[in-house]
Design a protein around this ligand. Structure first.
Ligand SMILES: CC(C)(COP(=O)(O)OP(=O)(O)OC[C@H]1O[C@@H](n2cnc3c(N)ncnc32)[C@H](O)[C@@H]1OP(=O)(O)O)[C@@H](O)C(=O)NCCC(=O)NCCS
Length: 206
């Protein structure tokens, strides 16, 4: 956990709204414009977060618009697919519900795209709870990824499979400096649009 916080702190400076800091100097959170509670905190995910991530993970996977995960996943079989151990780094965005209870709004997992000779390029996956979309959570998670990957010394970040009809994600990644390297035609079976392309998107950090 110490290492996670160290990476987290090193990568936190550019987050929108600026981080509050605890007495110990650890980042506590950042303000995201438009979020009902006024604040969203990013922190490394802990095992107990998974039961809160799972409902929107399951909803997003079942919708079938953005990710190709296996069918029939359960709370337990999906857990290792998202809550990956180091060198992966899993972060949650949290806010407070109207009763003041902390709630996970979204999550990003990041780490090397490939082992060994591909390990200097990072990759990541993002999910924001549909109930919390359009409020800046995805952007804050994306900005965090960029800072984390720079701080960790990665050469670049590669997204391997961005569904071309996922307009929100494509717009967000472009606005953060990612470019479409190429598109694998008809590689994703979309429930509404049929076979659509998968973009490979890349952001050079060096
Ligand atoms: C993609 C995703 C992470 C964005 O999260 P979000 O919290 O809704 O995004 P934000 O509110 O931070 O919006 C950031 C940008 O995304 C784009 N965007 C968001 N919603 C959009 C929409 N419905 N249409 C077009 N662009 C949209 C805008 O460029 C927006 O920029 P702005 O900050 O100038 O408004 C979220 O939609 C999600 O989890 N989708 C399902 C899983 C997924 O697609 N993951 C990524 C796979 S590559």
């Amino acid at each position: 956990m110490e290492e996670l916080w160290a990476a987290f702190e090193g990568a936190s400076t550019a987050l929108r709204g600026g981080f509050e800091r605890s007495a110990s100097g650890l980042p506590l959170g950042c303000t995201v414009a438009g979020v009902a509670s006024g604040s969203v905190w990013l922190r490394p995910a802990v095992a107990d977060d998974w039961p809160q991530i799972w409902p929107f993970f399951a909803q997003i996977v079942a919708q079938g618009h953005t990710y190709a995960y296996p069918d029939g996943l359960t709370l337990e079989t999906a857990r290792p697919l998202w809550m990956e151990p180091p060198p992966a780094h899993v972060v949650v965005a949290v806010g407070r519900d109207p009763h003041g209870v902390e709630r996970v709004l979204g999550s990003v997992k990041m780490g090397p795209n490939r082992p060994g000779r591909g390990a200097h390029v990072a990759t990541a996956s993002f999910m924001v709870d549909p109930a919390s979309r359009g409020q800046g959570v995805g952007r804050v998670l994306g900005e965090y990824l960029l800072d984390w990957a720079r701080a960790a010394g990665y050469h670049g970040i590669q997204f391997n499979a961005v569904v071309e009809t996922n307009v929100a994600a494509v717009a967000l990644w472009r606005s953060l400096g990612f470019e479409i390297i190429g598109t694998v035609p008809e590689a994703f079976d979309h429930p509404d649009h049929g076979l659509v392309g998968l973009h490979v998107m890349y952001h050079r950090l060096g």
